[in-house]
Design a protein around this ligand. Sequence first.
Ligand SMILES: Cc1ncc(COP(=O)(O)O)c(C=O)c1O
Length: 324
Amino acid sequence: MSEAESTPLEEKLTAPVRAAIDESAYGSWRSIATEDAVSLSFGFPDPDLFPQSGLAESVDAVLAEEGDEALQYGAGEYREELRSYLVEQERERGIDFDTHDLLVTNGATHAIDTVCRAFLDPGDTIIVEAPTFMGILGVFRNFGVDIVSVPVDEDGMIVEQLAAKLRHRRERGAEPPTFAYTIPDFHNPTGTTLSRERRERLLELAEEYDFGVLEDGAYSDLWLDAEAPPPLATMTDSERVIRVGSFAKTLAPGVRMGWLTAPKRIQEATETVAAGGTNTFTESFVGHYCESGQLDDNLPAIREAYRAKRDHMLDELRRTCPLR
Ligand SMILES: Cc1ncc(COP(=O)(O)O)c(C=O)c1O
């Protein structure tokens, strides 16, 4: 068979997946060969910040206290501890748990994929920032949607450009987008934060043009100079916002733990489509670890470590690549 021909099973792949398999969403991020090079193309956390011994103690404690129950379908009490911890954290951010609920997921990407499964039909439109987290574009593409991008400046997504696009779409008689995906806090890859005014305007536009907002808070806790403005999800009563979070940058990406908060019926919908459930054993030991207070205790040191790295990188850039 020639290389151009596809196998019988390949023929049966969905069109978006067939188009995607030849393209690597991550490009050549592993290609940097120099040992001391720091690849900025992917958000690898500093492994020196992974709390190996704390996690090992939590694994031991969960197995000693819960035994087989921790490894069985459903798992034990420590799994619940994770949920309680997260609900408390999100409540402190301002999420209203009278109207909203939380779903633990296998990472933020899984949370976003779950939202896509619940909402997207081929041909739908979603809004993203340009640039955006490259890993998520492949997820969106799998659903055969049209991706419309809106540029970012130092205050985050330029929402007036979004307003203009929405106006043109309406004039053309196009359907509203299903949702706008935004990384409002310490955006990947630009590092910018969506200003409070723009958050308000984005929510106004969501109301006026009838779309949802998918807020990716993967970096919300990793503020370096000042905390970000309040989450979009807490700035409206309109129940249009789904907020996603992750332990990837504050604990370790390998635990594959994240979550989403959404209006109750929407949370139920996402739970329904999140087939296979989550890693309940991981939930248990991460729950034990979080409840012990170690994550909260470590956060200031994690911020300090990244602040020092950021400052060092900027100093080196000024020294080696001075602006003319
Ligand atoms: C904005 C953003 N969201 C989500 C993720 C991935 O999160 P997770 O590993 O929990 O899927 C990343 C990782 O780089 C990211 O930059």
